[in-house]
Ligand binder design. Structure first.
Ligand SMILES: Nc1nc2c(ncn2[C@@H]2O[C@H](COP(=O)(O)OP(=O)(O)O)[C@@H](O)[C@H]2O)c(=O)[nH]1
Ligand SMILES: [Mg+2]
Length: 502
Protein backbone atom coordinates (compact mmCIF):
# COMPACT_ATOMS: atom_id res chain seq x y z
CA UNK A 1 0.00 0.00 0.00
CA UNK A 2 1.38 3.47 -0.83
CA UNK A 3 2.23 5.69 2.12
CA UNK A 4 -0.84 7.76 3.06
CA UNK A 5 -0.46 11.50 2.72
CA UNK A 6 -2.47 14.57 3.64
CA UNK A 7 -4.52 15.49 0.64
CA UNK A 8 -5.23 12.10 -0.89
CA UNK A 9 -8.94 11.47 -1.08
CA UNK A 10 -9.16 7.97 0.34
CA UNK A 11 -11.94 7.18 2.80
CA UNK A 12 -10.52 7.49 6.32
CA UNK A 13 -11.58 6.31 9.78
CA UNK A 14 -10.48 7.06 13.32
CA UNK A 15 -11.62 6.63 16.88
CA UNK A 16 -12.59 10.12 18.02
CA UNK A 17 -13.18 9.30 21.69
CA UNK A 18 -10.49 8.24 24.19
CA UNK A 19 -9.54 4.56 24.12
CA UNK A 20 -10.61 2.56 27.17
CA UNK A 21 -13.84 1.39 28.74
CA UNK A 22 -16.84 3.65 28.28
CA UNK A 23 -20.56 3.37 27.57
CA UNK A 24 -20.15 4.53 24.01
CA UNK A 25 -17.37 5.33 21.56
CA UNK A 26 -17.43 7.43 18.41
CA UNK A 27 -15.69 6.25 15.27
CA UNK A 28 -15.79 8.73 12.45
CA UNK A 29 -15.25 8.25 8.77
CA UNK A 30 -14.95 10.65 5.86
CA UNK A 31 -14.23 10.65 2.15
CA UNK A 32 -15.97 10.31 -1.21
CA UNK A 33 -17.87 7.01 -1.36
CA UNK A 34 -17.51 6.37 2.37
CA UNK A 35 -21.21 5.69 3.01
CA UNK A 36 -21.36 3.04 0.27
CA UNK A 37 -18.14 1.54 1.61
CA UNK A 38 -19.58 1.39 5.12
CA UNK A 39 -22.76 -0.25 3.83
CA UNK A 40 -20.66 -3.27 2.81
CA UNK A 41 -20.21 -4.12 6.49
CA UNK A 42 -23.58 -2.84 7.70
CA UNK A 43 -26.64 -4.99 8.42
CA UNK A 44 -29.01 -2.70 6.44
CA UNK A 45 -26.89 -1.75 3.42
CA UNK A 46 -29.66 -0.40 1.18
CA UNK A 47 -31.14 1.81 3.91
CA UNK A 48 -27.73 3.21 4.69
CA UNK A 49 -26.87 3.90 1.05
CA UNK A 50 -30.14 5.78 0.56
CA UNK A 51 -29.97 7.70 3.86
CA UNK A 52 -30.24 11.46 3.57
CA UNK A 53 -27.56 13.77 4.95
CA UNK A 54 -27.81 14.57 8.67
CA UNK A 55 -29.88 11.47 9.41
CA UNK A 56 -29.28 8.56 11.76
CA UNK A 57 -29.50 4.90 10.76
CA UNK A 58 -29.74 2.04 13.21
CA UNK A 59 -28.12 -1.34 12.51
CA UNK A 60 -25.20 -3.68 13.12
CA UNK A 61 -21.60 -3.60 12.02
CA UNK A 62 -20.89 -7.09 10.72
CA UNK A 63 -18.16 -8.85 8.84
CA UNK A 64 -18.33 -11.71 6.40
CA UNK A 65 -17.26 -15.04 7.81
CA UNK A 66 -14.50 -16.89 5.98
CA UNK A 67 -15.25 -19.27 3.09
CA UNK A 68 -14.88 -22.45 5.16
CA UNK A 69 -17.65 -21.56 7.58
CA UNK A 70 -19.84 -20.44 4.73
CA UNK A 71 -19.62 -23.94 3.27
CA UNK A 72 -20.56 -25.50 6.59
CA UNK A 73 -23.75 -23.55 6.46
CA UNK A 74 -23.23 -21.32 9.50
CA UNK A 75 -24.36 -17.71 9.29
CA UNK A 76 -22.46 -15.84 6.63
CA UNK A 77 -22.03 -12.75 8.81
CA UNK A 78 -20.38 -12.30 12.14
CA UNK A 79 -22.15 -9.56 14.13
CA UNK A 80 -19.65 -7.13 15.64
CA UNK A 81 -21.66 -4.45 17.43
CA UNK A 82 -25.05 -2.77 17.45
CA UNK A 83 -24.54 0.84 16.35
CA UNK A 84 -26.07 4.12 15.26
CA UNK A 85 -24.67 5.70 12.12
CA UNK A 86 -24.96 9.47 11.57
CA UNK A 87 -24.81 10.11 7.86
CA UNK A 88 -23.38 13.28 6.29
CA UNK A 89 -23.57 14.27 2.67
CA UNK A 90 -21.09 16.65 1.02
CA UNK A 91 -20.66 19.51 1.57
CA UNK A 92 -22.67 19.53 4.80
CA UNK A 93 -20.19 17.92 7.21
CA UNK A 94 -17.20 18.88 9.33
CA UNK A 95 -14.77 17.90 6.57
CA UNK A 96 -17.02 19.07 3.75
CA UNK A 97 -16.96 15.51 2.42
CA UNK A 98 -19.47 12.69 2.58
CA UNK A 99 -18.99 10.70 5.77
CA UNK A 100 -20.49 8.85 8.71
CA UNK A 101 -20.04 8.85 12.47
CA UNK A 102 -20.50 5.42 14.02
CA UNK A 103 -21.60 5.35 17.65
CA UNK A 104 -20.72 1.92 19.00
CA UNK A 105 -20.19 0.46 22.47
CA UNK A 106 -17.08 1.68 24.20
CA UNK A 107 -15.18 -1.50 25.09
CA UNK A 108 -11.58 -1.79 23.95
CA UNK A 109 -12.19 -5.10 22.13
CA UNK A 110 -15.40 -3.81 20.53
CA UNK A 111 -13.79 -0.65 19.21
CA UNK A 112 -10.85 -2.62 17.88
CA UNK A 113 -13.16 -5.10 16.09
CA UNK A 114 -15.22 -2.30 14.50
CA UNK A 115 -12.08 -0.49 13.33
CA UNK A 116 -10.59 -3.71 11.93
CA UNK A 117 -13.82 -4.42 10.08
CA UNK A 118 -13.87 -0.95 8.56
CA UNK A 119 -10.23 -1.17 7.53
CA UNK A 120 -10.83 -4.58 5.95
CA UNK A 121 -13.71 -2.97 4.03
CA UNK A 122 -11.33 -0.39 2.52
CA UNK A 123 -11.07 2.53 4.93
CA UNK A 124 -7.63 3.68 5.94
CA UNK A 125 -6.72 4.87 9.43
CA UNK A 126 -6.56 8.66 9.41
CA UNK A 127 -3.39 10.65 9.97
CA UNK A 128 -3.29 13.06 12.94
CA UNK A 129 -5.53 16.06 12.24
CA UNK A 130 -6.57 14.70 8.85
CA UNK A 131 -10.28 15.44 9.35
CA UNK A 132 -9.47 19.07 10.14
CA UNK A 133 -7.00 19.17 7.26
CA UNK A 134 -9.78 18.15 4.89
CA UNK A 135 -12.14 20.69 6.50
CA UNK A 136 -9.52 23.36 5.79
CA UNK A 137 -8.88 22.19 2.22
CA UNK A 138 -12.62 22.18 1.53
CA UNK A 139 -13.00 25.72 2.80
CA UNK A 140 -14.95 24.75 5.93
CA UNK A 141 -12.46 26.28 8.37
CA UNK A 142 -9.62 28.73 7.99
CA UNK A 143 -6.39 28.01 9.88
CA UNK A 144 -7.25 30.11 12.93
CA UNK A 145 -10.47 28.15 13.38
CA UNK A 146 -8.74 24.83 12.72
CA UNK A 147 -6.19 25.64 15.40
CA UNK A 148 -8.96 26.64 17.81
CA UNK A 149 -10.50 23.18 17.41
CA UNK A 150 -7.33 21.69 18.91
CA UNK A 151 -7.33 24.41 21.54
CA UNK A 152 -10.83 23.35 22.55
CA UNK A 153 -9.75 19.73 22.74
CA UNK A 154 -6.84 20.69 24.98
CA UNK A 155 -8.48 23.42 27.10
CA UNK A 156 -7.87 22.69 30.77
CA UNK A 157 -10.04 25.40 32.30
CA UNK A 158 -13.25 27.24 31.55
CA UNK A 159 -11.34 30.42 30.75
CA UNK A 160 -9.17 28.59 28.20
CA UNK A 161 -12.25 27.03 26.63
CA UNK A 162 -14.04 30.37 26.35
CA UNK A 163 -11.11 31.92 24.52
CA UNK A 164 -10.83 29.01 22.11
CA UNK A 165 -14.58 29.03 21.42
CA UNK A 166 -14.32 32.71 20.53
CA UNK A 167 -11.73 31.88 17.88
CA UNK A 168 -13.72 28.88 16.62
CA UNK A 169 -16.65 31.24 16.12
CA UNK A 170 -14.40 33.10 13.67
CA UNK A 171 -13.64 36.28 15.59
CA UNK A 172 -9.89 36.25 14.97
CA UNK A 173 -10.41 35.25 11.34
CA UNK A 174 -12.78 38.21 10.92
CA UNK A 175 -10.34 40.69 12.45
CA UNK A 176 -7.47 39.43 10.32
CA UNK A 177 -9.64 39.69 7.22
CA UNK A 178 -10.39 43.36 7.95
CA UNK A 179 -6.69 44.14 8.42
CA UNK A 180 -5.79 42.22 5.32
CA UNK A 181 -8.30 44.17 3.24
CA UNK A 182 -6.86 47.47 4.45
CA UNK A 183 -3.33 46.44 3.61
CA UNK A 184 -4.34 45.16 0.20
CA UNK A 185 -5.97 48.53 -0.42
CA UNK A 186 -2.78 50.34 0.59
CA UNK A 187 -0.75 47.99 -1.58
CA UNK A 188 -3.06 48.51 -4.55
CA UNK A 189 -2.74 52.29 -4.25
CA UNK A 190 1.02 52.03 -3.96
CA UNK A 191 1.28 49.83 -7.01
CA UNK A 192 -1.00 52.12 -8.96
CA UNK A 193 1.35 55.02 -8.24
CA UNK A 194 4.29 52.89 -9.30
CA UNK A 195 2.79 52.70 -12.78
CA UNK A 196 2.68 56.47 -13.11
CA UNK A 197 5.16 59.20 -12.85
CA UNK A 198 5.06 60.44 -9.25
CA UNK A 199 5.33 64.06 -10.39
CA UNK A 200 2.28 63.56 -12.55
CA UNK A 201 0.26 62.33 -9.55
CA UNK A 202 1.49 65.19 -7.43
CA UNK A 203 3.37 63.03 -4.92
CA UNK A 204 6.34 64.17 -2.99
CA UNK A 205 8.49 63.17 -0.01
CA UNK A 206 6.34 61.29 2.51
CA UNK A 207 3.73 60.42 -0.01
CA UNK A 208 2.93 56.85 0.91
CA UNK A 209 -0.54 56.35 -0.52
CA UNK A 210 -2.77 54.79 2.14
CA UNK A 211 -0.40 55.79 4.92
CA UNK A 212 -3.25 56.01 7.44
CA UNK A 213 -4.43 52.55 6.54
CA UNK A 214 -0.95 51.23 7.22
CA UNK A 215 -0.65 53.08 10.54
CA UNK A 216 -4.06 51.89 11.76
CA UNK A 217 -3.36 48.32 10.79
CA UNK A 218 0.01 48.38 12.50
CA UNK A 219 -1.66 49.54 15.72
CA UNK A 220 -4.26 46.75 15.51
CA UNK A 221 -1.53 44.20 14.88
CA UNK A 222 0.48 45.42 17.85
CA UNK A 223 -2.59 45.04 20.07
CA UNK A 224 -3.09 41.55 18.75
CA UNK A 225 0.55 40.63 19.40
CA UNK A 226 0.15 41.98 22.94
CA UNK A 227 -2.61 39.46 23.59
CA UNK A 228 -0.32 36.46 23.24
CA UNK A 229 1.38 36.38 26.67
CA UNK A 230 -2.06 36.26 28.34
CA UNK A 231 -3.55 33.78 25.86
CA UNK A 232 -0.47 31.60 26.19
CA UNK A 233 -0.88 31.49 29.95
CA UNK A 234 -4.42 30.15 29.65
CA UNK A 235 -3.40 27.63 27.00
CA UNK A 236 -0.10 26.37 28.26
CA UNK A 237 -0.56 27.12 31.95
CA UNK A 238 2.31 27.81 34.30
CA UNK A 239 4.60 25.82 36.54
CA UNK A 240 4.40 26.75 40.23
CA UNK A 241 6.83 25.12 42.62
CA UNK A 242 6.22 25.00 46.35
CA UNK A 243 9.49 25.37 48.19
CA UNK A 244 10.61 25.78 51.77
CA UNK A 245 12.28 24.00 54.68
CA UNK A 246 11.12 20.54 55.69
CA UNK A 247 7.99 20.56 57.82
CA UNK A 248 7.05 24.10 56.82
CA UNK A 249 3.74 22.80 55.46
CA UNK A 250 4.47 22.50 51.72
CA UNK A 251 2.57 19.25 51.28
CA UNK A 252 -0.30 20.61 53.36
CA UNK A 253 -0.47 23.63 51.05
CA UNK A 254 -0.30 21.41 47.97
CA UNK A 255 -3.25 19.40 49.28
CA UNK A 256 -5.19 22.49 50.28
CA UNK A 257 -4.86 23.97 46.78
CA UNK A 258 -5.81 20.65 45.27
CA UNK A 259 -8.67 20.18 47.65
CA UNK A 260 -7.71 16.60 48.32
CA UNK A 261 -5.10 14.60 50.19
CA UNK A 262 -2.79 13.79 47.29
CA UNK A 263 0.53 14.47 48.99
CA UNK A 264 1.57 12.67 52.16
CA UNK A 265 1.54 15.01 55.12
CA UNK A 266 3.37 13.98 58.27
CA UNK A 267 5.15 15.65 61.14
CA UNK A 268 8.46 13.98 60.18
CA UNK A 269 10.72 16.24 58.10
CA UNK A 270 11.62 14.87 54.68
CA UNK A 271 8.47 12.84 53.97
CA UNK A 272 8.08 14.11 50.45
CA UNK A 273 11.13 12.44 49.01
CA UNK A 274 10.66 13.25 45.38
CA UNK A 275 8.22 15.67 43.89
CA UNK A 276 4.54 15.39 43.09
CA UNK A 277 2.77 17.30 40.37
CA UNK A 278 -0.91 18.07 39.91
CA UNK A 279 -2.92 20.36 37.68
CA UNK A 280 -5.08 22.91 39.48
CA UNK A 281 -7.31 25.63 38.14
CA UNK A 282 -6.38 28.95 39.73
CA UNK A 283 -8.74 31.68 38.50
CA UNK A 284 -8.94 30.07 35.08
CA UNK A 285 -5.18 29.56 34.75
CA UNK A 286 -4.15 25.92 34.47
CA UNK A 287 -1.41 25.71 37.06
CA UNK A 288 0.98 22.80 37.25
CA UNK A 289 1.59 22.70 40.95
CA UNK A 290 4.63 20.86 42.25
CA UNK A 291 5.26 19.77 45.83
CA UNK A 292 8.97 19.32 46.34
CA UNK A 293 11.20 17.61 48.81
CA UNK A 294 12.53 20.08 51.37
CA UNK A 295 15.64 21.91 50.30
CA UNK A 296 17.83 21.69 53.36
CA UNK A 297 20.47 24.24 54.15
CA UNK A 298 23.14 21.55 54.63
CA UNK A 299 22.52 20.49 51.05
CA UNK A 300 23.17 23.84 49.46
CA UNK A 301 26.68 22.80 48.43
CA UNK A 302 27.60 20.36 45.69
CA UNK A 303 26.22 16.82 46.02
CA UNK A 304 28.30 14.70 48.45
CA UNK A 305 30.88 12.31 47.01
CA UNK A 306 30.40 8.57 47.40
CA UNK A 307 32.74 8.53 50.41
CA UNK A 308 30.63 11.09 52.24
CA UNK A 309 27.43 9.22 51.58
CA UNK A 310 25.59 7.37 54.30
CA UNK A 311 25.50 10.49 56.47
CA UNK A 312 22.29 12.13 57.64
CA UNK A 313 20.27 11.76 54.46
CA UNK A 314 19.52 8.76 52.37
CA UNK A 315 20.07 8.62 48.64
CA UNK A 316 16.39 8.85 47.71
CA UNK A 317 15.96 12.09 49.60
CA UNK A 318 19.11 13.52 48.04
CA UNK A 319 17.85 12.73 44.54
CA UNK A 320 14.53 14.29 45.46
CA UNK A 321 16.27 17.45 46.57
CA UNK A 322 18.37 17.58 43.42
CA UNK A 323 15.22 17.29 41.31
CA UNK A 324 13.56 20.02 43.34
CA UNK A 325 16.39 22.37 42.48
CA UNK A 326 16.09 21.56 38.79
CA UNK A 327 12.36 22.25 38.97
CA UNK A 328 12.98 25.57 40.65
CA UNK A 329 15.12 26.60 37.70
CA UNK A 330 12.21 25.95 35.34
CA UNK A 331 9.43 27.38 37.51
CA UNK A 332 7.26 30.30 36.40
CA UNK A 333 6.41 30.99 40.04
CA UNK A 334 7.71 29.89 43.43
CA UNK A 335 5.49 29.65 46.48
CA UNK A 336 7.92 29.84 49.37
CA UNK A 337 6.49 28.44 52.59
CA UNK A 338 7.85 29.59 55.94
CA UNK A 339 7.08 27.63 59.08
CA UNK A 340 5.47 30.32 61.24
CA UNK A 341 6.20 28.40 64.42
CA UNK A 342 9.91 28.58 63.61
CA UNK A 343 10.03 32.06 62.10
CA UNK A 344 12.46 33.04 59.39
CA UNK A 345 15.58 30.92 59.83
CA UNK A 346 19.03 31.46 58.39
CA UNK A 347 18.24 28.50 56.17
CA UNK A 348 15.22 30.33 54.74
CA UNK A 349 17.31 33.43 54.13
CA UNK A 350 19.92 31.38 52.30
CA UNK A 351 17.24 29.74 50.17
CA UNK A 352 15.55 33.04 49.43
CA UNK A 353 18.89 34.43 48.32
CA UNK A 354 19.19 31.49 45.91
CA UNK A 355 15.76 32.32 44.50
CA UNK A 356 16.78 35.93 44.10
CA UNK A 357 19.11 34.80 41.33
CA UNK A 358 16.19 33.35 39.37
CA UNK A 359 13.92 35.46 37.19
CA UNK A 360 10.57 34.03 38.29
CA UNK A 361 8.19 35.76 40.67
CA UNK A 362 8.02 34.65 44.26
CA UNK A 363 5.22 34.60 46.81
CA UNK A 364 6.16 34.27 50.48
CA UNK A 365 3.80 32.48 52.77
CA UNK A 366 3.85 32.66 56.57
CA UNK A 367 2.26 29.29 57.21
CA UNK A 368 0.68 27.89 60.39
CA UNK A 369 -0.78 31.35 61.04
CA UNK A 370 -3.51 29.59 63.01
CA UNK A 371 -1.06 28.76 65.81
CA UNK A 372 1.75 31.22 65.06
CA UNK A 373 0.43 34.70 64.30
CA UNK A 374 2.47 36.50 61.63
CA UNK A 375 4.61 39.45 62.67
CA UNK A 376 2.88 42.85 62.58
CA UNK A 377 4.41 43.66 59.24
CA UNK A 378 5.86 40.90 57.14
CA UNK A 379 7.91 43.49 55.34
CA UNK A 380 10.50 44.83 55.57
CA UNK A 381 12.16 43.36 58.68
CA UNK A 382 10.74 39.93 57.90
CA UNK A 383 12.36 39.98 54.50
CA UNK A 384 15.97 40.94 54.16
CA UNK A 385 16.12 43.11 51.00
CA UNK A 386 19.04 41.14 49.60
CA UNK A 387 16.84 38.03 49.60
CA UNK A 388 14.36 39.48 47.15
CA UNK A 389 14.42 38.99 43.42
CA UNK A 390 14.92 42.20 41.46
CA UNK A 391 12.64 41.04 38.65
CA UNK A 392 9.87 41.00 37.66
CA UNK A 393 8.49 42.68 40.79
CA UNK A 394 10.30 45.33 42.81
CA UNK A 395 11.02 44.12 46.37
CA UNK A 396 8.30 46.13 48.04
CA UNK A 397 5.78 44.38 45.83
CA UNK A 398 6.77 40.80 46.59
CA UNK A 399 3.56 39.47 48.00
CA UNK A 400 3.83 37.94 51.44
CA UNK A 401 0.77 36.48 52.99
CA UNK A 402 -0.22 34.82 56.23
CA UNK A 403 -1.63 31.37 55.60
CA UNK A 404 -2.94 28.33 57.35
CA UNK A 405 -2.72 25.32 55.10
CA UNK A 406 -4.75 23.31 57.61
CA UNK A 407 -7.65 25.73 58.22
CA UNK A 408 -7.62 27.21 54.72
CA UNK A 409 -7.26 30.76 56.03
CA UNK A 410 -5.48 32.92 53.45
CA UNK A 411 -5.99 30.49 50.54
CA UNK A 412 -8.29 32.83 48.62
CA UNK A 413 -5.79 35.67 48.94
CA UNK A 414 -3.08 33.30 47.78
CA UNK A 415 -5.06 32.44 44.63
CA UNK A 416 -5.41 36.16 43.91
CA UNK A 417 -1.69 36.68 44.46
CA UNK A 418 -0.86 33.79 42.11
CA UNK A 419 -3.03 35.29 39.39
CA UNK A 420 -1.45 38.72 39.84
CA UNK A 421 2.08 37.33 39.93
CA UNK A 422 1.63 35.32 36.74
CA UNK A 423 -0.11 38.09 34.89
CA UNK A 424 2.39 40.58 36.34
CA UNK A 425 3.68 42.06 33.12
CA UNK A 426 0.63 41.24 31.02
CA UNK A 427 -1.61 44.21 30.31
CA UNK A 428 -5.24 43.74 31.28
CA UNK A 429 -7.41 43.28 28.21
CA UNK A 430 -11.09 43.61 27.75
CA UNK A 431 -13.07 41.54 25.31
CA UNK A 432 -10.66 42.10 22.42
CA UNK A 433 -9.72 39.24 20.15
CA UNK A 434 -6.64 37.27 21.15
CA UNK A 435 -4.18 35.10 19.30
CA UNK A 436 -4.50 31.34 19.48
CA UNK A 437 -1.03 30.00 18.77
CA UNK A 438 2.65 30.75 18.74
CA UNK A 439 2.55 30.34 14.96
CA UNK A 440 0.02 33.15 14.69
CA UNK A 441 2.09 35.34 17.02
CA UNK A 442 5.20 34.88 14.86
CA UNK A 443 3.29 35.86 11.73
CA UNK A 444 1.78 38.93 13.38
CA UNK A 445 5.29 39.96 14.44
CA UNK A 446 6.50 39.47 10.89
CA UNK A 447 3.72 41.69 9.56
CA UNK A 448 4.46 44.35 12.20
CA UNK A 449 8.17 44.42 11.34
CA UNK A 450 7.39 44.83 7.63
CA UNK A 451 4.91 47.66 8.25
CA UNK A 452 7.27 49.45 10.64
CA UNK A 453 9.88 49.38 7.92
CA UNK A 454 7.39 50.65 5.34
CA UNK A 455 6.58 53.65 7.53
CA UNK A 456 10.20 54.36 8.34
CA UNK A 457 11.28 54.21 4.68
CA UNK A 458 8.33 56.37 3.65
CA UNK A 459 9.30 58.85 6.36
CA UNK A 460 12.73 59.12 4.79
CA UNK A 461 11.14 59.76 1.41
CA UNK A 462 12.34 56.50 -0.13
CA UNK A 463 10.75 55.59 -3.47
CA UNK A 464 7.56 53.54 -3.58
CA UNK A 465 9.14 50.61 -5.37
CA UNK A 466 11.09 49.92 -2.18
CA UNK A 467 7.92 50.01 -0.08
CA UNK A 468 5.64 47.83 -2.18
CA UNK A 469 7.47 44.53 -1.52
CA UNK A 470 7.36 45.18 2.24
CA UNK A 471 3.62 45.82 2.10
CA UNK A 472 3.24 42.61 0.18
CA UNK A 473 5.28 40.78 2.81
CA UNK A 474 2.83 41.99 5.50
CA UNK A 475 -0.16 40.94 3.38
CA UNK A 476 1.37 37.50 2.92
CA UNK A 477 2.05 37.10 6.64
CA UNK A 478 -1.61 37.82 7.41
CA UNK A 479 -2.65 35.43 4.65
CA UNK A 480 -0.55 32.72 6.27
CA UNK A 481 -2.34 33.21 9.59
CA UNK A 482 -5.68 32.29 8.06
CA UNK A 483 -4.23 29.90 5.51
CA UNK A 484 -5.05 31.88 2.39
CA UNK A 485 -1.35 31.75 1.67
CA UNK A 486 0.07 28.37 2.51
CA UNK A 487 2.31 25.59 1.33
CA UNK A 488 1.91 21.85 1.72
CA UNK A 489 4.69 21.56 4.30
CA UNK A 490 3.34 24.41 6.43
CA UNK A 491 -0.07 22.74 6.46
CA UNK A 492 1.36 19.35 7.26
CA UNK A 493 3.38 20.83 10.14
CA UNK A 494 0.23 22.39 11.59
CA UNK A 495 -2.18 19.49 11.23
CA UNK A 496 0.23 16.74 12.23
CA UNK A 497 0.24 18.25 15.74
CA UNK A 498 -3.48 17.50 16.06
CA UNK A 499 -4.76 14.26 17.51
CA UNK A 500 -5.91 11.34 15.39
CA UNK A 501 -9.65 11.58 14.83
CA UNK A 502 -9.78 15.39 14.78
N1 LIG B 1 -1.27 24.18 62.82
C1 LIG B 1 -0.86 24.02 61.58
N2 LIG B 1 -0.12 22.96 61.24
C2 LIG B 1 0.28 22.81 59.97
C3 LIG B 1 -0.07 23.75 58.98
N3 LIG B 1 0.45 23.35 57.82
C4 LIG B 1 1.11 22.20 58.05
N4 LIG B 1 1.02 21.87 59.36
C5 LIG B 1 1.61 20.70 60.00
O1 LIG B 1 3.02 20.74 59.85
C6 LIG B 1 3.53 19.42 59.67
C7 LIG B 1 4.34 19.35 58.41
O2 LIG B 1 3.49 19.55 57.30
P1 LIG B 1 3.87 19.07 55.83
O3 LIG B 1 2.82 19.60 54.95
O4 LIG B 1 4.16 17.62 55.79
O5 LIG B 1 5.23 19.88 55.63
P2 LIG B 1 6.33 19.76 54.44
O6 LIG B 1 7.45 18.95 54.98
O7 LIG B 1 6.78 21.15 54.19
O8 LIG B 1 5.69 19.12 53.26
C8 LIG B 1 2.32 18.49 59.69
O9 LIG B 1 2.19 17.96 60.98
C9 LIG B 1 1.17 19.41 59.35
O10 LIG B 1 -0.04 18.95 59.89
C10 LIG B 1 -0.88 24.88 59.37
O11 LIG B 1 -1.25 25.76 58.59
N5 LIG B 1 -1.24 24.96 60.67
MG1 LIG C 1 6.17 17.39 52.25
Amino acid sequence: MPKPFYGDESPIVALATPPGESALALIRSSGPGSVALLSRVFSRPATLRKAAGNSVVYGWIRRPRDAVSRKTGTRAWELIDEVLVSVYRAPRSYTGEEGADITCHGGTATVRAVLETLEAAGFRESLPGEFSFRAFMNGKLDLTRSESVMELVRAKTGAARERAADRLAGRLQGDIAVMNRRLVEALAETELHLDYDEEELGLSGEGLPGRELVEDTLQCLRNLAGSWPGERLYQEGALAVIAGRPNAGKSSLFNALLGEDRSIVTAVPGTTRDWIEALVNIRGIPLRLVDTAGLREDLQGPPPSAAEEGGGLDRAEEIGIQRSRELLDRADLVLYVIDGTQGLRDEDKALLRTHAALPHPLILLWNKADIAPPPESLLPEFLPPESLPPEPLPPEQVPSLPLSATTGEGLEQLCGAIETALKGGIPRRGSETGLGSRRQKELVDRACTALEEVLSLAGRGEPLDLLAPLLREAVNALGEITGEVSTADILEAIFSKFCVGK
